[in-house]
Each structure stands twice: as C-alpha cells, then as structure tokens.
Design a protein around this ligand. Structure first.
Ligand code: BCO
Length: 572
C-alpha cells in the first residue's frame, strides 16, 4: 500500500523550532511580483514540483509536505516527492482510466482524507476543473451541483455514494464515479487501487494563467448557489510578495487550517498558501467538531500556525480548559465571519497570541488581513492585500471618503486583478449584477479608516453568515416548503453569541398542523431540513407566526424580521 490507515508510516522528524532552513530563501522562491501577469502558470508544475526538486537537491528540510492524523492514532506523512508521484498518478487515473480532459468538471466531495489533496492536485495537473463540496451535502444538493456544472466525474466516499446513486440517472453528463474507500461498490471505480496501479509519469499541462481551475458553489441572496469560477490566477496570487506577507510562512512552519475541504478557505489555506512557501500542511480528520480534540491537537503536534472560523475560537474560549498556552503555536488567524475586539482580547489573554482576522469570499479568495507582525486593530479585518485595490464605494461605484459606510469594492477596471473570480458560470445576469462601476461589489458593508484598516459592518442583503457558513434564505425556505406542515416561511439571520448569527425560520403552518405541539413540530422541521439539504443550514431557531410581513406586491419583508430579531437580542 502507498498509504492508508497505518501508524506513523514514515519516520519523519520535525526540525526543532530553532532550526530554520538556510539553504533556500526562508520564504521560498518568489519569482513573481504583485503586478506580474505571466501568460502561463500551473500550481502543480510551478510550485509543487519546485519543492520536489528542492527536496531532491537537499535544499528543503525533512518536514513532510502533508501530515494527516486522526483520533485513532493513524498518521500519513508525505514529502513533496511523494506528492508529485501520487498526484501524477491521480492525473493519469483521470485522463487514462476515466477519459477526462482539460476543461471537464469533477465534483470533489470528500471529508478531510489525504486523497482530497491528490484529487485536487491531479485535476490541476490535467486542467480538469475541480468543484469542492462539503460532505454535509445531501442528494438534492449533489444533484443540483452535478446538473448545473454538467460534471463528468465525481469523487466521494462511502457515506455519500448512495446519495449520488439516487440521483445519477438524472445527470447524463456524469461518466465516472470514483470512490475513496476500503470497500468496493458496484458502478464505482476504486480510487485507491487505481492510484496504486497508475503510472507516476505524467506531463503537466501548460495552463494559461487565465484558464479555469476550480469552481466554488456559493450561496446568494436569491435562488440556489452560484458557481464562482476561478482561474489558475487564484493559486498564482499566493506567490506574490503581498500575499506571502500575510502569514510569512517558512519551510519549517506547520500550518493547520481546520476548514472543511468544501470551502475556498481549505483550497487556499490547506494547499495553495502553505505549499507555495514549502511549509507543512497539517490536517486532522475531525469527522465531528470537538473543541477538546482541537486543544489536544495543538498541544500534541508542533503546529506553528492555526487558521479557523471565529466560532471555533469562541467555542474553545467558552470551554473550561486549564491552559491554552500552546507550546509551538506562534500565529493564529480567523476567517469566514467577523471577530469582536473583546474576543480578540480574550484570546490574547488566554493564549498569549494575537488573533489576526482574514477576510475573503468564494469569489475573491483572501482580500484583507492584518499581516503577521503588523499592528492589529481589534475589530478590524485589516488592510487590502495587493494586487487587489479595495475601496469603499457607493451603489454607483463612486469611491467614498474614509470613515463613511459603503460597500467593499475590488477594482476590476481597467484590469481585473489576478486572483479574483472569473465569473458566475452560466449566469451572466448575476455576474453583471455584482459589477458596480469600475468595481466588483462584494455586498459587504464596511468603512475604511485613514490608515487603510477596514471595518466590517454587515451585509446589504438577506445572506446569513452562521459560524462562517454563507447561507441563502431561499435554500432553507425551499427545504421547509417540502414539509406538509409549512404553508409559507421566511428565513433570516438571528444574532448569536457563539456562532455570530444563526438561521431563524418564521413559519406559517398549514391548517392541519395548527393543533400540533409547537416544540415537537419545531424539532421535526429542523430534522426535516437536516435530511433534505446540508445540515449546517438548518434553522436553529423556529417561530410559528399567523402571517409574514409583506410588501403590497407580496414580497416578504425579511429586513423587518431581521430587525425584530436584532432588537429582541439587544433587549436580552
Ligand atoms: O449543532 P447540531 O448538532 O444541532 O447540528 C450540526 C451537526 O451535528 C449536524 N450534522 C452534521 N452532519 C450531519 C448532521 N446532521 C445530520 N446528518 C449529517 N450528516 O448539522 C449541524 C451542522 O452545523 P455545523 O457544521 O455548524 O456544526 P458544528 O459541529 O456546530 O460546527 C461548528 C463549526 C464552527 C466547526 C462549523 O460551523 C464550521 O466549520 N464553521 C466554519 C465554516 C467555514 O469554514 N467557513 C469558511 C468559508 S470560506 C470563506 O468564508 C472565505 C474566507 C477567506
């Protein structure tokens, strides 16, 4: 076996913290500047294989490139050389066994298992566009993704294979299904054994920087998730000096980003950014979120940098852990939702470490941050990361002066910056809608101060940000509508001290359910939503109402319900 669930398969020893690698520049080999626009770029050949070469020449230390663990004591450690070998094999599996070609789409729905990185990098080598998805997706969500994207292939795990099979007949473009499992399944190819028998000889495509690389599904204020398509520029951007400044990763760093592999944060922070610097990517399988396991892991392994959602830091602070002075941890960053100044202060007091904020979207990747070593202004999401020219704009795209509330805009004219998404696939209307004068309008309300620090104020629409998940109300309302008790519903955000916001559903019942026990019915509806769509979207709060507030034209006034929630929370 090349790998698998085996104890400490490679005898890697991490360099002591004081030992830094002198033979290569401590921050890797920056070959591009912030405003370079090379015609060709491919993360596999330009970055991964570069570090493989450095290893061969003895210019990189013995730290693994990927270090994966689980709670059972299993461990996988791969060097860059092994990663080049395995990802070339993955590339051959896709092109030779599956018959996939550059530009084809592959849905990648795996938990945090080492194969996720092989699939993603195998796609990059071949130009197959990968589409990460969380394993919380249900059959209906998967069907939507496969159909919208015309996916030719899917890679997933045991738990989701039956969900895929239940909808596969409705997806004529789907040619191959690959299973990552220790067991076979009829109609599925066994990814692990194919990798073992595949050749490690593969020639990476010479991709243009502007060729598509990855699609992220992202929730919108109306309808179902949009497909934010990114080019290879997303990965090139992390070679730029300004991006490298954010975490200042070195080959000796061990970076643990806890994000589910379904989100852009994982693609960037568990692959692109650390490997650009030749650092170690640390992954814990974490099938269930448990603050105790996170704290134990930070004590047990020589992790130097940790990135996760603010809710995770809050959940850790809420527990009664004796000490949070982690022996090797040097830098912490939080992204996906806003962090309050008091939370940053509490984290500093308990751990001795500053909590840096990161800001970005599926459309933008990393957009703002307080780079390591620069002044943290508590509550601010930091400054713009070049080459993004970030401005606060009004609804016409005019730049507003400092300390004035407006939309966070990223300049796209005359030139779209490297790293910003290309477009919403198949949706020119929504793509045009987010263009505002010379800017891409993120829809996030912010202010900017005289020193360029940006302060998050909220959304200008109905999108809910629950513990870092971006949730569109229509997705939850549509799931609720499938239940016979629901005549009508309106879903909005409700403030929450731990998760920032939670999903709240106001529900008008059908006559036959009016006499049901409301607590039991609320639980039943919550379970129903968890069963028909990704469970993170389920309404943690439910209120039954006789009617919903509407405009004269019959549009639900979600803002009225949202304000009601906010004022109620303030009174409590
Ligand atoms: O809380 P409950 O127990 O009632 O429900 C939870 C789960 O137990 C449940 N569930 C999960 N899988 C299920 C299931 N139920 C039925 N069947 C299944 N297969 O559903 C609920 C899921 O909620 P959750 O995921 O919020 O769970 P949890 O365990 O409370 O996790 C907390 C967090 C903080 C770990 C989680 O919310 C999280 O990971 N948040 C971060 C999201 C994130 O990474 N966002 C970044 C996006 S990228 C970006 O913003 C760009 C930034 C540069």
């Amino acid at each position: 076996v090349l790998w698998g669930t085996h104890k400490s398969c490679h005898a890697f020893h991490l360099a002591p913290r004081t030992l830094r690698f002198q033979s290569v520049s401590a921050t890797g080999a920056p070959r591009w500047n912030d405003h370079d626009r090379p015609e060709k770029f491919n993360f596999a050949s330009d970055v991964l294989d570069y570090w493989t070469q450095m290893e061969k020449e003895g210019k990189r230390g013995p730290n693994p490139a990927l270090w994966w663990v689980n709670s059972q004591g299993d461990e996988v450690k791969w060097s860059f050389r092994e990663l080049t070998d395995f990802t070339c094999r993955a590339a051959n599996v896709f092109t030779q066994t599956c018959g996939l070609q550059q530009g084809d789409r592959l849905a990648l729905i795996l938990p945090r298992v080492p194969e996720w990185w092989l699939v993603a990098m195998g796609c990059i080598r071949t130009g197959i566009i990968f589409m990460p998805g969380t394993t919380q997706l249900k059959a209906k969500d998967i069907l939507y993704r496969l159909k919208q994207s015309n996916a030719q292939s899917i890679v997933t795990t045991d738990a989701l294979a039956p969900e895929v099979d239940s909808v596969a007949s409705e997806c004529p473009a789907l040619k191959t299904k690959l299973l990552v499992s220790d067991h076979g399944r009829e109609g599925w190819l066994d990814f692990r054994s194919l990798i073992q028998s595949a050749s490690p000889d593969h020639t990476c495509i010479k991709s243009k920087t502007t060729d598509p690389m990855v699609i992220f599904f992202t929730s919108g204020t109306t309808g179902f998730p949009k497909m934010a398509k990114h080019s290879h520029g997303l990965s090139l951007r992390h070679s730029f000096p300004s991006s490298r400044k954010v975490l200042q990763l070195k080959t000796s760093d061990v970076l643990w980003c806890l994000s589910d592999p379904g989100w852009i944060m994982a693609t960037v922070e568990t692959m692109i950014e650390p490997w650009t610097a030749g650092s170690t990517v640390f992954i814990h399988h974490l099938p269930q979120f448990d603050p105790k396991v996170i704290v134990e892991t930070l004590f047990k392994y020589p992790i130097t940098q940790c990135i996760t959602a603010p809710s995770v830091f809050r959940m850790i602070l809420q527990e009664n852990f004796g000490s949070l002075r982690f022996p090797t941890l040097e830098h912490c960053a939080a992204g996906g939702e806003a962090v309050l100044p008091e939370e940053q202060e509490k984290w500093r007091q308990r751990t001795g470490l500053l909590l840096h904020q990161l800001y970005g979207q599926s459309e933008t990747g990393l957009t703002c941050s307080t780079p390591r070593g620069s002044q943290v202004k508590p509550g601010s999401m930091g400054k713009a990361i070049p080459p993004f020219d970030v401005q606060v704009i009004d609804d016409e795209g005019n730049i507003l002066p400092p300390n004035t509330e407006g939309n966070l805009g990223i300049r796209i004219k005359p030139t779209k910056p490297i790293g910003l998404f290309m477009l919403y696939e198949n949706d020119p209307v929504k793509t045009a809608k987010v263009e505002c004068g010379d800017f891409y309008n993120t829809g996030d309300k912010v202010t900017i101060d005289e020193e360029g620090y940006i302060w998050f104020l909220g959304r200008d629409d109905d999108i809910i940000n629950a513990s870092g998940y971006r949730i569109g109300p229509a997705e939850v309302e549509s799931a609720l509508a499938e239940h016979p008790a629901v005549a009508e519903s309106a879903v909005v955000s409700s403030p929450d001290p731990i998760r920032g916001q939670v999903v709240k559903a106001f529900i008008v019942l059908t006559p036959q359910f009016l006499s049901h026990d409301p607590d039991q019915l609320a639980k039943e509806l919550q379970e129903h939503v968890k069963a028909v769509t990704a469970p993170y979207k389920y309404p943690r709060k439910v209120e039954f109402v006789p009617e919903l507030p509407k405009t004269i034209t019959g549009k639900i006034k979600r803002s009225e319900l949202r304000e009601k929630e906010s004022s109620q929370m303030q009174r409590q």
